[in-house]
Design a protein around this ligand. Structure first.
Ligand code: GCB
Length: 593
């Protein structure tokens, strides 16, 4: 699926703005005809945004259920094809035009399109979207509803969401909604593979997908707009190769981008930016264009005041420029695919991305088995596979994307996890034309009584793990950090002598403005000292290929005794102001640049 674009052949209009919204607590809106006529008492709701933090309604903040969005649209131009494109409608979404149901999606934070051709009526049209934020063991991420009786306040059978991931279960139209006007024969996708020799990228192999068959012309333009290569193909599915004569490589230090222009007969044209770079993992290094690169940066969240995980250009630009300014060269899209504009900006700025699926929360921390028949099962695996393939299809053209993360911290200590992940790794490698490095971010310890614990680590190209010494283990004991953070990568390496290791999460909560000498938990000093002790250990090991701090910024979570209006492990506050640890990292990473 292509990112929307305006040119002579195609028109893309953002439908963002203030829509009408209604909660449907009893889930009978459809039966009551809401798809044809919004109910009385709708409230205004911005799009894009998560609905959770917009209003003062306490029920909406933690809402786990059905809600509707409505907007009235005029019949648009008379292009032969009209499509709606949703960047992310979380989690399930039913799309209705003038009462007719046209689409049902289960894609959460991945985009989908709805064909509206021939569905318009003259004048006013009602677009209604039924959102369902409820999760189950067959959604990715998983979650469930639990009935709890609270006798003291006389509420019986009170439904509560239960999910094992550490961010607020945001719902709604989280990303832009577009109305696309397209020619009858139009491009629908591009497949790109970088060609390289001896770790030096030389050019690209390309083909495309379209609704009809006709000759295709490919052109590559350099950053000044001069054509540097071209090729013709008889039809979209035929593969062509393109080699610029003097290849200009893409890297964080020099994020050089070419333009790829594809013309489909006389029907359609699409232009996008691409980069020339190659990646390879060897036992002691992550190689970019044949040179070692150490991944320094943060795991992040798409999260901000009021809009929650809703996309916001201001927040995105602040986040990625702030990372760059800290001397970071990379980030992980914890714990879901991000808005497409994040990858486009990462391409421009020169940031490497570990691109993660929405598979988080596949762990009960041993309270009960996860990979079992009545929980994560064949159906969950099918959804996970579908999302993985769509993620690769959406993001594989970005030079910034250097590794896929299939899941964060699943219960890999369970025997059944092995077959589950074997299938996903196989599919990932078969779906990515470039066969990029792939990982599952581990929470399991490397070994227990000399035996390997994780059933998925064997499939990973890079061993990525998360660990919180002196926080969840030995809280308050900063003195253990340096030894523990050295022992663990050594133990991973002993298990897998041919795989490099990367720490994808470490850190500690700090409430901005709390200071303490000697450092105690929740003070800025404690967070900074924890991070500093980790880095002293990591610097000693040549096969450690990266460090990502958890988290770049504080973020909102569900309520609980260990969360102080959210998770405070950000090295910046939720409004993007630095804590002591951010200054420490900036100094360190700039030195490494
Ligand atoms: C983790 C999770 C992350 C949490 C973090 C924490 O291991 O991957 O989602 O937010 O720990 O702060 O507990």
């Amino acid at each position: 699926m292509l990112y929307p674009q305006n040119n002579f052949y195609r028109h893309a209009q953002k439908l963002d703005g203030v829509w009408m919204f209604a909660k449907d607590t009893s889930d009978d809106g459809e039966a009551r005809g809401w798809a044809t006529q919004p109910p009385a008492g709708t409230i205004p709701m911005p799009v894009p945004a998560a609905f959770n933090e917009i209003t003062e309604d306490p029920d909406l903040r933690d809402y786990f259920g059905v809600a509707w969005y409505f907007v009235r649209l005029e019949k648009p131009d008379d292009s032969p094809v009209h499509k709606l494109r949703f960047g992310a409608a979380v989690y399930h979404a039913g799309v209705y035009l003038n009462g007719e149901k046209l689409h049902q999606s289960h894609l959460g934070k991945l985009p989908f399109e709805v064909d509206l051709s021939g569905k318009w009526q003259e004048g006013d049209n009602l677009l209604a979207v039924r959102i369902d934020t409820r999760l189950s063991w067959q959604t990715v991420p998983p979650g469930c509803q639990k009935s709890k009786r609270i006798p003291d306040i006389n509420i019986e059978d009170h439904q509560r969401p239960e999910y094992h991931f550490d961010f607020l279960n945001n719902g709604g139209l989280l990303r832009s909604v577009w109305l696309l006007s397209l020619p009858a024969n139009h491009l629908t996708g591009i497949t790109l593979k970088t060609l390289s020799q001896n770790d030096q990228p030389q050019g690209w192999e390309l083909c495309c997908q379209a609704t009809g068959s006709c000759p295709v012309q490919y052109r590559i333009l350099d950053a000044k707009g001069h054509e540097v290569a071209n090729a013709n193909a008889k039809q979209p599915s035929s593969t062509v190769t393109l080699h610029p004569e003097y290849p200009h490589l893409w890297s964080p230090d020099s994020p050089y981008l070419y333009s790829l222009e594809i013309t489909l007969g006389s029907d359609d044209r699409y232009k996008t930016k691409i980069g020339l770079r190659c990646i390879r993992v060897v036992p002691d290094a992550f190689l970019l264009n044949g040179s070692r690169i150490y991944l320094r940066g943060c795991a992040t969240h798409e999260d901000f005041h009021l809009v929650g995980q809703g996309h916001n250009d201001a927040r995105l630009v602040r986040d990625l420029t702030m990372l760059k300014n800290m001397g970071a060269n990379s980030f992980r899209t914890a714990h879901y695919p991000y808005d497409e504009s994040a990858y486009r900006l990462a391409d421009e700025l020169g940031l490497l991305v570990i691109d993660e699926t929405a598979a988080v929360g596949f762990n009960s921390w041993t309270s009960y088995p996860i990979f079992s028949d009545n929980r994560v099962d064949e159906q969950t695996l099918a959804v996970h596979k579908d999302m993985l393939v769509r993620l690769i299809e959406r993001d594989h053209m970005h030079p910034s994307v250097v590794m896929w993360s299939i899941a964060n911290e699943p219960a890999c200590y369970e025997a059944e996890a092995e077959e589950y992940f074997r299938q996903l790794f196989e599919l990932c490698r078969a779906s990515d034309p470039e066969c990029r490095p792939t990982t599952v971010v581990q929470s399991s310890w490397p070994e227990s009584n000399g035996k390997l614990v994780s059933r998925s680590a064997q499939f990973c190209d890079v061993i990525c793990y998360n660990r919180y010494a002196a926080w969840y283990f030995d809280p308050g004991h900063l003195e253990v950090v340096e030894k523990q953070s050295l022992d663990e990568p050594i133990a991973w390496r002993q298990m897998f002598p041919d795989k490099p290791v990367m720490i994808t999460e470490f850190g500690a909560d700090a409430i901005a403005g709390m200071h303490s000498s000697p450092p105690v938990m929740f003070s800025e000093e404690y967070q900074k000292e924890t991070i500093a002790a980790y880095t002293r250990s990591l610097d000693k090991l040549s096969y450690v290929v990266g460090e990502h701090v958890w988290n770049m910024c504080d973020f909102m979570t569900k309520q609980g005794t260990v969360r102080v209006m959210g998770n405070r492990k950000g090295v910046h506050t939720r409004d993007r102001q630095p804590k002591l640890a951010a200054h420490f990292l900036k100094e360190r990473w700039r030195r490494m640049e």
